[in-house]
Design a binder for this molecule. Structure first.
Ligand code: CUA
Length: 316
């Protein structure tokens, strides 16, 4: 593979090697059996070809050993592929708890990023090496897909919901970012780059940017402007749950179900409040669908999440 003709993107994240190993395993299995079948087809075609004076072959009698072999060997291979793939899937779909959280908004035709400390970027994402990065992604219009080949990370970005992806860059440098879902005329131009920096350089880069306000500060202001605090207020616990410490906890709903109050739940509660009402409350909250943008939504959610941080540092 060192022919100066790269067949594969470089491996620049902690999972890249594992993804490639599984890929090579699947390719090797496919090549082996495709080759075996081709060779046997040719061999049998010659061996059992029609010849003068030769009768048709006798029917093959039952052969338990053969039946077991061609049942159990494929089953074993399929189970290995399944367990291997499932373990990798679980790793890829569970961002580590200490991940740096970046908000991503995709739209025709650009990528917008916001760092937890407020810095914004378009079509460029700076991240530190050796630190897990969690992307919470929303689309303002159609389906896009966040794809960084060097990280072996690809995740659809779907309007109306959050999707997440995470990676930990293992090599500094610049890597291509693509949109991998056809999203309109300029889809092919919806590209960008991810710049992986040493931690100190990343911090320097952050300091060198004009800092927009951190998302939770904007979120706190929105919370007041939109009138959320008229009900979500410690003085009015009968109207609406006070949101301090809500993020990440289990919520009992009026339906008797429990849900985890994650980003997806908070999003739903803002856009479609009647869908999952907390037990003990009436469905009086109006929908904010169409009244907040994707960015405002993520700022409101950042604020609600920051309330959890305050509480956990206060409690012993
Ligand atoms: Cu966005 Cu293709």
């Amino acid at each position: 593979m060192s022919l100066g003709f790269p067949l594969f993107p470089e491996q620049a994240s902690t999972v890249a090697g594992r993804v490639d190993a599984l890929y090579f395993f699947l390719v090797a299995i496919s090549v082996f059996f495709a080759g075996l079948i081709f060779i046997l087809v040719a061999y049998f075609a010659i061996k059992y070809r029609r010849r003068p004076g030769r009768k048709q072959a006798d029917p093959v009698p039952d052969h338990v050993g053969l039946e077991l072999a061609w049942t159990l060997i494929p089953l074993g291979i399929v189970m290995v592929s399944f367990i291997w793939g499932a373990r990798l899937f679980v790793t890829l779909s569970r961002p580590p708890a200490d991940a740096l959280e970046i908000a991503v908004v995709a739209r025709q035709w650009m990528w917008k990023f916001q760092h937890p400390t407020g810095q914004r970027e378009i079509n460029e994402l700076h991240v530190p090496i050796g630190r897990p990065v969690k992307l919470t992604m929303a689309s303002e219009d159609v389906i896009h897909s966040f794809f960084v080949p060097a990280f072996r990370v690809k995740m659809d970005v779907v309007p109306g919901r959050y999707t997440t992806a995470w990676f930990e860059a293992s090599r500094t440098g610049e890597y291509h970012l693509f949109c991998a879902e056809y999203c309109g005329a300029q889809h092919s131009g919806m590209t960008g780059r991810v710049v992986v920096l040493e931690l100190a350089q990343y911090q320097q880069w952050l300091r060198g940017r004009i800092v927009a306000e951190p998302p939770e500060v904007v979120g706190e202001r929105l919370f007041a402007q939109l009138g959320c605090n008229a009900c979500h207020h410690p003085d009015r616990p009968q109207l609406a749950p006070f949101l301090e410490g809500v993020y990440g906890t289990q919520r009992l709903l009026v339906t008797g179900e429990t849900v985890i109050a994650d980003e997806a739940y908070l999003r739903q509660s803002i856009l479609d409040p009647a869908a999952a009402v907390t037990a003990g409350y009436a469905p009086i909250m109006p929908s904010y669908r169409g009244r907040v943008t994707e960015e405002e939504l993520s700022q409101l959610i950042a604020y609600i999440k920051s309330l959890e941080k305050i509480q956990t540092t206060r409690s012993p």
